[in-house]
Ligand binder design. Sequence first.
Ligand SMILES: Nc1ncnc2c1ncn2[C@@H]1O[C@H](COP(=O)(O)OP(=O)(O)OP(=O)(O)O)[C@@H](O)[C@H]1O
Length: 613
Amino acid sequence: MNKSMNAQAEPTKKSRAISNTFMRLLKLGKPYFGWYLILCILAAIVSLAAVGIAESLRRIINAATNKDLSSLISGAIIAIVIITVEASANFLKTYLSGVLEFKSTSKLQVSVLSRLLNVQMKDLDRYHSGDLISRINDSATAAQQGINQKTIDLFSNLMQITFLLTYLLSLQYALTLGMLLICSLVPLVMLPFSSRLRSMHEQRQHIETTQQMFIQDTVQGAEVVRTFSLAPKLQQQFTGRVMKYLKIHLPVSRLEAVAYNMPLAVILGGLLYVLSYGGYLVIHGRLDVGAVAAFLVCFEQIANPVSKLANLWTELQGSLAQGKRLFEVLDLQKEGVRRDSNGKDLHLGTSTNTNQAVSGLYPISFNNVGFGYGNDQVLTNVNLTIQPGKVTALAGPSGSGKSTLLQLILSSYEPNEGTIHSGNLLLNSIPHRSWRSNLAYVSQESYLFSGTLYENIAWGRPDATTEDIIAAAQSAGIHEFIMTTPHQYETFIGERGLTLSGGERQRLSIARAFVRKPKLLLLDEPTAALDSHNEEIIGQALQELMHDRTTVVVAHRLSTIRNADHIYYMEAGSIVEEGTHLELMDLKGKYYTMVETTLNNDDKTTAVMEEVQ
Ligand SMILES: Nc1ncnc2c1ncn2[C@@H]1O[C@H](COP(=O)(O)OP(=O)(O)OP(=O)(O)O)[C@@H](O)[C@H]1O
């Protein structure tokens, strides 16, 4: 019984969701009301012109059959004028529709992208980047077309049908009514296909997206593909995916072909009806020959919009499916925003307290913090204090949660249990933008953007002067290298800076942190990927960057850890030891074992030498 009730509730929920998507798509069109109005006026002119052309044709044919030259000439002149007006209005309508299409689609794409840039990381983690790109590129375009092009088409087609039918009714109502009856069969024959087509469009879109993600992974992982000779396996997988796509695409094409061609058969039948019944009326003197010609021309002009109306319905199904994908992203909750009981966004505001909290003058404290990305607990009962102006190091085995802890300080995620405070203020009560404005983060592999070397440093502080950029590059030890590149600071680096070496990429991201002049510095072992030569070059620079600055550093190298003012040693998401390097070494606990067993020999030799001294 429960099952049948659920089965009944399902379609109701589904149709509510469809109408909801449609209403929201219509709402998106609100700012373009003026454009719609102009386009509708133009559509009305075009539709009226269609009537004018049919009437002129009727007059010309009747004048010819009556051998009335002057009526024939005046009819032809009127027809030329109407055709000119119709062509101009049509041109303007097509042009303005194109501009509207571009404006509205790009605006929607911008709002989807800006939502994506502001959503919570935990939501973003759920999507593949290829899927998100497809939602911005394909779904935004198709959804926007659904409301602009298709609703205007709907309006113009309806208007054309109304005007022409009114005209034809004035000529011969019986013939017109028969014609109307035949035309109304067109959408009816489409009805059985529409819902099936909608769900098939959704399935096809899903397969297209996974295919796009696969291509993206294959292209981005080109190095691994070559190294491990994965090309044949990937080709095979891709062929499999194409076959899967064909499996849904072919039935869609078949169904579309049937759905689109059924109306044509009805239209041909209608044409036969006009010729036969119209000819019958002419024979009985109830209609003139010119009127039959006008009916024939109008039939085409009515049949076309009617068949378009029918197709429009199937196309709208596709747009609704895309709109659904789009709204899913637009509905993701923004970070730093709470929702009230009605689902309305409540934004956090800045205050004197927040300005103080982000000043870097107060300690950051974790109180019984627990966190997990999904169901698995990553951090458990973490208690720590990051003292202002000091260097705090996080050490511990791989996967113990060090980077995750930095992510919580960055406010990329919120703890599931416990609290994080900056001074007296809860971190999640501080607007993210304010909090991050005084913070720089350098990870093991910081992302570099396609652009120039200059731009990549300037991302650290958009208002930085050229002098600031050069000074930052000098401090990060990358200036000399930049001066040897073909266009110096204007040298273009490829996608993700792949034209640079690992060390150059890392020094560039450190320059980006330098230019920011942050109050709080978060380093995720930025020298981990560097050789000892490169490490030495930027080691000094990092010391300078950390000097007198609140710093939290995830450290693997002993040289980094031992200089820290305070070290937290983590294991399986918990802090198990804390103290200075010497204190922890004296303790002879887990930290001591790590130093003894895990760290590389160079590090140990340096440490021993320094301790001896
Ligand atoms: N975005 C994520 N989604 C799900 N799980 C994650 C995510 N990031 C990290 N994890 C998991 O959380 C745990 C802790 O990872 P984290 O990167 O914080 O460890 P770590 O101590 O910094 O490791 P390493 O020293 O190797 O960088 C790991 O088990 C990891 O698989």
